[in-house]
Design a protein around this ligand. Structure first.
Ligand code: ADP
Ligand code: MG
Length: 616
């Protein structure tokens, strides 16, 4: 006979290549066993790049009479009848992880069943079982693995450097920890305490711990039976790699391009090229809609309705990003009344520090709206005011300034009147520096605003809004504008005339390679339109027939907006600046320009005080 059945040893070693091809996968299997056993406290010690691992849990443990079965292939406590397969509540069910790991390592499994007062351990040396012996230990289980792959040199050769394997293991630990917030983890790598994640109240707090990002936001959304919980960073807090985007389906870590695309799409126009958010997305789908058990080591997922999964994640994030929750931090949501009230300064409280500081904050009258360019005289005005402040550095000056004592009639009322409007218009405009940045203050911060980026965002959002509502406000040219294109560009444009029309641009062929532009969106300048059309034509060329105009609209509007708004180096009057802030309040996303650049930079007064040595 030439055909022979493989021995169990060989079968196990083959399986080892599939089930635990890398130490990180082994760690994942062991952690999942602990979780399946109901552990709430897991300790992990790793060395030699994961060829030596010890995992201790406080789960329910294994009864002494079952201990040997732990090492048996296809022995599991998790399913009994085939029906269970479709109604799984555990991670494991194949009963092969420990069998295969024990065939390629020295593995000791020690366990003290909950409620028993004696623990037992059993060792397997590359598949050869020893004899069971009592051991003193706490309730729960402890699995020790040494010399992984020493009996399979070919396999061992495939391992990467210890630090590369450690990185993978850390990723597995992070993922398991994020998907099990209540379980506490203590992780030592090469004897050094690396992670200590105490039990957390909820998903968000655990994600903040694990990603080491302490200002994340959360949202949840239900769509077609799919429940999504998202924890995410503001668009100003980004990573240079996409690895900080984590996805969990049915509390299993998965990697999935569709889900990643849904997140990036939600952040569209909020991030710069090469920037990725920090986020963790937890998706719970009806069990019959999703298959996460495609392969034991691959963290892939298959949705029955991929589109629904995409939509639910995209909507959940986009909806909350549009509310811009991080703005709450930039400017207090409701301006405290005290901002416009005069502080009661006692006459004896006349120390330089106190009075001067108060004056600076409440010297609003000096910042009355001025018309005319703020630049040329700007610095002079500031100097003058500094001088005035010095003169007024007596306690009465604040009361005398009028603005403070009778806020109802003071010029600052203009800003207070719009206080209900939103965070931006609540800022008090002080002036402009470098013909580029608007200087403002809130109650507790100095806020600098990039005038071009801010205006660009407003113009962009208005275009998007009007376009979505199908009511672009357009304006015709006195004389139609004619633009020359390349032959191929012309073709692309002609093909998309109806869509371009919807963007508020009316185009007509005026010659073989000439277009005449009749109307454009009202708020847009010619230069913006010409550039946008050139870009559009180029895109049509690059992407050909499959060119999806819908997704390009944002880019095109961004180009139009960019070339139509105030530029850096343009002087603005105070009313103009105030109007811009009001406009920004129309759109919560205005904190970022359409290219994802930050629109504002804040400096806390507290920080200023520190910088000036006024406080420690
Ligand atoms: P599976 O998890 O697919 O059942 P494993 O080979 O991973 O297969 O584990 C075999 C069995 O060993 C499990 O079904 C479980 O009964 C037991 N077991 C493994 N690890 C633990 C643990 N940490 N605590 C309690 N029981 C465990
Ligand atoms: Mg298992």
């Amino acid at each position: 006979v030439e055909i022979q059945k493989l021995s169990d040893d060989v079968i196990d070693q083959i399986a080892a290549g599939e089930v635990v091809d890398r130490p990180a996968h082994m760690v994942k299997e062991l952690l999942e066993n602990s979780l399946d056993a109901g552990a709430t406290d897991i300790e992990v010690a790793i060395s030699e790049g994961g060829r030596q691992v010890e995992i201790t849990d406080n789960g329910k443990g294994v009864a002494p009479e079952d201990l040997a079965l732990v090492f048996d292939r296809h022995a599991t406590s998790k399913i009994t009848v085939s029906n269970d397969l479709w109604n799984l509540h555990s991670f494991g069910f194949r009963g092969e992880a420990l069998a295969t790991i024990s065939s390629v390592s020295e593995m000791t499994f020690a366990s003290r069943r909950q409620g028993q007062n004696q623990g037992y351990q059993l060792q397997s040396v590359y598949g050869k079982l020893g004899s069971q012996s009592p051991v003193s230990m706490a309730e729960g289980s402890k699995v020790t693995i040494q010399g992984l792959f020493e009996n399979t040199p070919a396999r061992k050769k495939f391992l990467k450097s210890d630090s590369a394997e450690n990185t993978q293991i850390k990723n597995v630990l992070k993922a398991v920890a994020m998907s099990h917030p209540k379980v506490s983890f203590k992780v030592k790598i090469n004897g050094k305490l690396t992670f200590l994640w105490e039990s957390a109240d909820d998903f968000k707090s655990r994600v903040e711990m694990v990603l080491d990002q302490h200002k994340l936001y959360s949202a949840s959304h239900d769509y077609e039976g799919i429940h999504v919980e998202a924890v995410f960073s503001d668009p100003g807090t980004t990573a240079r790699v996409s690895r900080q985007m984590w996805f969990f389906v049915q509390d299993r870590w998965v990697q999935d391009r569709t889900l990643q695309a849904a997140v990036m799409e939600a952040y569209r126009s909020l991030l710069m090229h090469g920037e990725y958010p920090y986020c963790a997305i937890r998706i719970l789908a009806p069990p019959d809609q999703v298959d996460v058990n495609i392969h034991p080591t691959k963290s892939q997922v298959k949705f029955l309705k991929t589109k629904d999964a995409f939509r639910s994640v995209h909507y959940c994030l986009r909806d909350s990003l549009e509310k811009a929750p991080w703005l709450e931090g930039v400017v207090p949501a409701a301006r405290p009344k005290a901002y416009f009230e005069s502080p009661a300064i006692e006459p004896e409280n006349t120390s330089f520090k106190e009075s001067t500081f108060q004056n600076v904050q409440y010297q609003k009258k000096s910042f009355e709206p001025r018309s005319g360019p703020s630049f040329s005289g700007g610095l002079e005005v500031m100097k003058e005011e500094a001088a005035t402040r010095a003169d007024l550095s007596t306690p009465v000056s604040v009361m005398d300034s009028g603005a403070a004592s009778s806020p109802m009639t003071s010029p600052t009322m203009t800003s207070e009147a719009t206080a209900a409007g939103g965070p931006w218009s609540r800022l008090q405009v002080i002036g402009q520096v470098d013909l580029t940045y608007i200087v403002t203050q809130s109650e507790n911060q100095m806020v600098l605003i990039d005038q071009h980026a801010a205006h660009e965002r407003v113009a962009f959002e208005r275009l998007m809004r009007d376009w979505k509502a199908g009511k672009m406000e357009t304006q015709g040219f006195l004389l139609p504008l004619t633009v020359d294109f390349e032959e191929a560009e012309m073709e692309g444009l002609l093909e998309h005339l109806p869509e371009i029309e919807k963007m508020g641009i009316s185009l007509e062929q005026a010659g073989p390679t000439t277009m005449s532009i009749g109307e454009v969106p009202a708020m847009i300048k010619e230069t913006g339109v010409v550039r946008a059309l050139k870009k559009l034509a180029a895109d049509c060329l690059d992407k050909g027939g499959s060119f999806a105009l819908e997704t390009a609209i944002g880019d095109i509007f961004a180009t139009m907006a960019c070339h139509s708004v105030v530029r850096a180096g343009q002087s603005l009057s105070v009313p103009e600046m105030e109007q811009l802030l009001k406009d920004m309040d129309e759109f919560p996303l205005s904190g970022f320009c359409p290219h994802g650049r930050s629109v504002s930079v804040e400096k806390d007064f507290v920080q200023l005080e520190k910088d000036f040595g006024r406080r420690a």
